[in-house]
Ligand binder design. Structure first.
Ligand SMILES: *Cc1c(COP(=O)(O)O)cnc(C)c1O
Length: 508
């Protein structure tokens, strides 16, 4: 075993990892990377098919981000944001606000600002969990200070994952991760997420296409959200905020929302006066591409009552705003950003919010209305320099064209997987794809989680030089934006071969 692998085995405790199993074999030790390629200590090369756990946008060692970091290193690596401002963080905050305003477009009406908030303030932190923690604390205190609630309560989605700090865990609803810590957490309520493939209300029969395209329902999941908000209002304590991942829930298993769902769900929350907390830790910075390929709702018009009033506009636009909420035409009060923010270079996060929230924390020094929250590395200059360089790449027309091309290429390449009987659903939103493995696509019968079907398939992919991680029985493909067509073909090809090797050869 390589010297570095031995040191790892001896000293490192890995996240979300059963260490007994980890210690049974030599780990892959990465030493370098370029573009979509990672290289290990033995000189073996791999394709980074999950963008280094959903963080990397433009590929590894991108010359422009590398150069921005070197320039910043010649000035300063870190200084405190307590009592001091710094150059890249000031520039980045302005750029994030500008990018958000571009994504959400001008306010349609100046008369109802509460319904159409504008994000004007940026609170920096270090990762996705802390970005959510900040939004949570701000929304909590805002609800109390505005007299909306003395004990603010939050509503989030079933299967939600918002991070691993205790506040973020309290908003989450993945029992495997969160059950153990229930005693540490505050209570939040879960409403159904629109998981069309396994939805009890979907009367459609499985077909060889994304379950959202054969959805037959009357938005019963949305009715349940309405009932939950009504019930909480009747208790005299309407929800302070609705927390959601827009367009696709990542760690829940790449659960892609059918077009129109997000507008419906958020309109209900808004109509009850709840603030909207959008967790775009995964979906932000162009990950959702144009929102497609499923842009229009196949059910729209079939059940016209709601559909007529709440159309799924926005998804058809080809503007390609950098945030999922922008694609869906939803304007949140909090926009939580992390993972891809620095292009996958450094841990840095931001929580964008409105002037109204900011104002609730203004007062005389002795009133102590200050937001008492912050981290040692808040507004880190190196992270901000990387994020600025990444944003510049994202906003270039060439970058936009490349993302659109990769999104279309992914859609084409993924079609080949429908031939496999162990592929139940393929959910693609922009440059994110989740492939759900099942015993038999006709019955949707799931593999027992203990069988680790997803993990075994990913191991077989690694042997073929393609790295990604599963979520239970869902294999994730999330290539860096620089991925070439041949590299993409190798990723999907390795997945197809791995499924056949691990789960059997039968074809649909
Ligand atoms: C990864 C993730 C988080 C947590 O971010 P960390 O940087 O791992 O703390 C929160 N929300 C979503 C949607 C995520 O995908």
């Amino acid at each position: 075993m390589h010297r570095l692998a031995k040191l790892d085995h001896r000293y490192v405790w890995h996240p979300f990892t059963q260490m007994r199993q980890w210690l049974q074999r030599e780990p892959i030790v990465i030493v370098s990377g370029r573009g979509a390629v990672l290289r290990d200590v033995h000189g073996r090369e791999y394709l980074d098919a999950n963008s280094s756990i959903w963080t990397n946008l433009h590929g590894h060692r991108h010359p422009q981000i590398d150069a921005a970091l070197r320039r910043q290193l010649r000035k300063i690596a870190h200084c405190s944001a307590l009592g001091l401002a710094n150059e890249p963080a000031s520039l980045l905050a302005a750029e994030l606000v500008r990018t958000a305003q571009n994504a959400f477009g001008p306010r349609a009406s100046a008369t109802a600002p509460a319904l159409q908030p504008t994000l004007t303030k940026v609170f920096f932190s270090d990762d996705g969990s802390t970005a959510l923690e900040v939004a949570l604390k701000l929304a909590y205190e805002f609800a109390r200070r505005t007299g909306r609630s003395r004990q603010p309560r939050f509503c989030s989605l079933q299967g939600a994952y918002h991070g691993d700090t205790v506040g973020a865990v309290s908003l989450g609803h993945i029992s495997l991760f969160h059950r153990s810590y229930a005693g540490l957490c505050f209570r939040s309520d879960a409403v159904p997420a629109p998981y069309c493939y396994r939805c009890p209300h979907n009367r459609g029969q499985p077909q060889r296409s994304d379950a959202r395209s054969w959805r037959r329902c009357r938005w019963e999941c949305v009715d349940e959200i309405e009932r939950a908000f009504d019930k909480q209002a009747k208790r005299g304590n309407p929800y302070a905020a609705f927390v959601f991942e827009p367009l696709i829930q990542g760690a829940a298993g790449m659960i892609a929302q059918p077009p129109g769902w997000l507008q419906r769900a958020t309109e209900i929350a808004r109509s009850h006066g709840a603030l909207l907390i959008a967790d775009e830790v995964l979906t932000g910075f162009g990950r959702c591409g144009s929102g497609g390929p499923l842009r229009s709702d196949p059910m729209e018009g079939l059940h016209s009552s709601r559909a007529a009033t709440r159309s799924s506009s926005g998804l058809g636009r080809r503007r390609m705003p950098l945030f999922a909420c922008g694609l869906a035409g939803v304007r949140p009060d909090f926009l939580c950003l992390a993972k891809g923010m620095t292009g996958g270079y450094l841990p840095m996060a931001a929580t964008l919010t409105t002037q109204a929230v900011f104002d609730a924390f203004l007062g005389e020094y002795h009133e102590f209305k200050t937001f008492f929250h912050g981290h040692s590395y808040t507004a880190n200059p190196l992270g901000a320099a990387a994020a600025l360089a990444s944003l510049k790449l994202l906003n270039q027309p060439a970058g936009r064209r490349a993302r659109a091309a990769l999104e279309a290429a992914m859609h084409q390449e993924l079609q080949a997987l429908w031939a496999l009987e162990h592929v139940g659903d393929i959910r693609q939103v922009g440059l994110i794809a989740g492939i759900e493995l099942v015993r038999d696509w006709r019955t949707r019968c799931a593999f027992d989680l203990a069988e680790a079907a997803g993990a075994r398939v990913c191991e077989a992919m690694a042997r073929r030089g393609v790295l990604t991680r599963p979520i239970g029985n869902v294999v994730v493909l999330m290539p860096p934006y620089c991925t070439t067509r041949p590299q993409l073909r190798r990723m999907v090809g390795a997945l197809a071969e791995a499924i056949e090797e691990v789960l059997g050869h039968a074809v649909a």
